[in-house]
Design a protein around this ligand. Structure first.
Ligand code: SF4
Length: 632
């Protein structure tokens, strides 16, 4: 059900004036376009980043497939427009629209944001603004879409709490349809369902914005949300929880404002991954995206529990798909898309229990078709030695590995039980099978880090580069990516402080000074970006004020170096009185209340405390990093 008027206006007036217009035209292969007149509800999955990033998000494709399976709901997509398109939409007073039917975002029943990265938060506000939806949740009435959010960053929902009606926590395959149906029932019960009958094609182009809410409409919405919060254990509705703070500013437990809302919110979980839908007809983008390939999730969760790792904590327990299911899905997705690469997704692919069988079966099917099979998250273990042999069609994409730290004893401290011996031997074997590029991911600023841990990063990268000379007569290309460690919520390291700006800058200088080989490329993450990520991932609800202020001052697309304005952010945080020092650098102890403690994952807090204690005990006795790196 296409909004022709809006599409024609966009095509004629806007697209000739913007970069990469292909990202705004929709109509891609496998996009699902439904007739809105035949539906019960309309959901727009709003990805708060550019099309090229959003279209590479596997979770988006999964939820798109899940919600479009039935005849009741239409699920469409919208992405953050680039700055030129944002300006034109605002100047021409045109609403942000979905790509399937050019329906203004304000005309959907539900608007679902996926929060993959903290630095996309201002994009959420930009998309709401461009849709004419009030930024603040309490300003909305039943005529506005339900604004929901999920994804990894929702595990600390507080910074975005002022803007989101309801967070959907955990796996989304079954919880998202439940929330959507429950909201529709509420709207229909209140007579608001009639709004769903507003036909997109009859909307006047000048008036696609939802009306501002009256106090009565706001109250109606609050009542409907309360019923959802009381009923759905994975739904967090922040307006019903009052933040409290100690005299020194530390957060205290949230105060529930209603009797019927739960004190703790439990993450939804798909128990049987085998039965969960696989998107075998993913939308194929017109424009080049970060990931242009078929993605099949083979396993959810990770059997390891590295102390810094939030993904493993969030995705417990480990669940697998059968080899037959994966091969069948890969064949179907290949037929439906024509991609020439299949990526097997999981947190640690080589821990998939039928790994060898799976790779052989896939190679049997896809090698004759010249379709590559790639494993983006290989674990460094003995199996790595055979991967080069098995993945003979993947050579062009190189080997990507995440040792995280360079020395074995540092990894023991992190709980990451891998050995340099396996890493080096695995790389050597891969080079013997034609790989000539290795990408390594490290972190700096880890608790207990010493100067030799930093030096080891360069030494290890250069050692692997030199392996190329032994195997092939010239050094291999090695990219050493070094990120700045952020102690993330729900991990045993959550009580640790983050290192300071000066520490990271000095650590980066040290790494650069040590590098000798031209075949090693060192990429250190931007320190300001990491510090802001720390504030946004560890902050409480007060940080929301700064997000809004930074947005109003022009912060957008903060994950993009060319758009990120660090000074604007630090000023905004100061102006609203956020204590960055406390959020980032003051250590917590397990007796402190953390801003995300009302969100319950599938592991108990005692486990985190025990791991935190173990790490502290192991760390004592290790020599701290010298004063040259540790100045305040
Ligand atoms: S192996 Fe990787 S995914 Fe698993 S816990 Fe460690 S860092 Fe996380």
């Amino acid at each position: 059900m296409l909004n022709r008027k809006l599409k024609e206006t966009v095509d004629r007036e806007l697209l000739p004036r913007v970069q990469t217009p292909g990202q705004y035209i929709g109509g891609e292969l496998n996009a699902v376009v439904k007739d809105h007149r035949t539906l019960r509800g309309k959901l727009c999955l709003a990805f708060p980043d550019l099309y090229t990033i959003g279209m590479s998000c596997h979770g988006l494709q999964v939820l798109y497939a899940v919600m479009n399976r039935g005849a009741d709901w239409a699920c469409e997509r919208a992405f953050t427009p680039m700055p030129d398109m944002q300006s034109l939409l605002a100047a021409e007073q045109l609403p942000l629209f979905s790509l399937e039917t050019f329906t203004p975002l304000g005309n959907f029943d539900v608007l679902g944001f996926t929060l993959q990265h903290e630095l996309t938060y201002t994009n959420v506000l930009a998309m709401l603004d461009l849709a004419g939806i009030p930024l603040r949740a309490e300003q909305r009435g039943m005529q506005h879409p339900l604004v929901i959010a999920g994804g990894p960053c929702a595990l600390n929902p507080e910074p975005m709490a002022p803007f989101v009606d309801l967070f959907v926590l955990g796996d989304g395959e079954y919880s998202l349809p439940e929330v959507c149906d429950a909201w529709l029932a509420e709207r229909q019960a209140l007579g608001g369902g009639q709004r769903g009958a507003v036909r997109a094609e009859t909307l006047a182009l000048a008036a696609p914005w939802p009306e501002p809410a009256t106090p009565a409409q706001r109250q109606q919405r609050a009542s409907a949300l309360a019923r959802l919060a009381a009923r759905l254990p994975f739904a967090y509705v922040p307006r019903f929880y009052q933040p409290q703070y100690a005299a020194d500013g530390r957060p205290l437990p949230l105060l529930p404002l209603r009797e019927d809302v739960p004190r703790q919110i439990y993450c939804a979980r798909v128990d049987d991954l085998e039965a969960a839908p696989i998107p075998t007809s993913p939308v194929v983008p017109y424009v080049e995206c970060v990931q242009d390939r078929i993605s099949i999730e083979i396993m959810r969760g990770c059997p390891h529990r590295c102390r810094f790792c939030q993904s493993s904590a969030a995705k417990r327990p480990v669940r697998f798909r059968k080899v037959d299911t994966i091969v069948r899905a890969a064949e179907e997705a290949y037929r439906n898309t024509g991609y020439n690469e299949i990526s097997l997704l999981s947190l640690s692919s080589s821990d998939y229990p039928y790994f060898d069988d799976l790779i052989r079966r896939l190679q049997d099917v896809f090698r004759p078709l010249h379709v590559a099979v790639s494993l983006p998250s290989l674990r460094i273990n003995e199996q790595l030695r055979y991967v080069g042999e098995m993945l003979t069609t993947e050579r062009h994409s190189g080997l990507t590995l995440a040792p995280e730290a360079a020395l074995d004893d540092m990894r023991r401290l992190l709980g990451k039980r891998i050995r340099n011996e396996d890493l080096v031997e695995g790389c050597r074997r891969a080079m013997e099978h034609g790989y000539h590029r290795v990408k390594l991911y490290f972190m700096c600023g880890l608790p207990g880090e010493r100067p030799e841990d930093l030096d080891g990063i360069i030494d290890l990268a250069e050692h692997i580069a030199e392996l190329g000379r032994q195997v092939r007569g010239r050094p291999a290309t090695v990219v050493a990516n070094v990120s700045n460690f952020v102690p993330k919520p729900h991990t045993p390291y959550q009580w640790y402080p983050m290192q300071r700006r000066e520490y990271f800058l000095e650590a980066h200088r040290r790494l650069r000074r040590r590098k000798r080989l031209r075949s090693v490329e060192l990429r250190c993450h931007d320190v300001e970006t990491s510090l802001l990520e720390g504030v946004l991932s560890r902050g409480d609800r007060r940080v929301g004020e700064a997000i809004e202020l930074a947005y109003r001052r022009g912060a957008r697309l903060d994950a993009w170096r060319e758009h990120f304005k660090a000074d604007l952010w630090w000023q905004s945080l100061r102006d609203v009185g956020v204590d960055v020092e406390q959020i980032l650098h003051r250590p917590y102890t397990p007796s402190d209340w953390l801003p995300w403690d009302h969100i319950v994952l599938h592991q108990d807090r005692c486990y985190l405390e025990r791991e935190w204690e173990k790490a502290a005990a192991m760390e004592s006795g290790r020599q701290a990093v010298g004063p040259q790196c540790n100045s305040p």
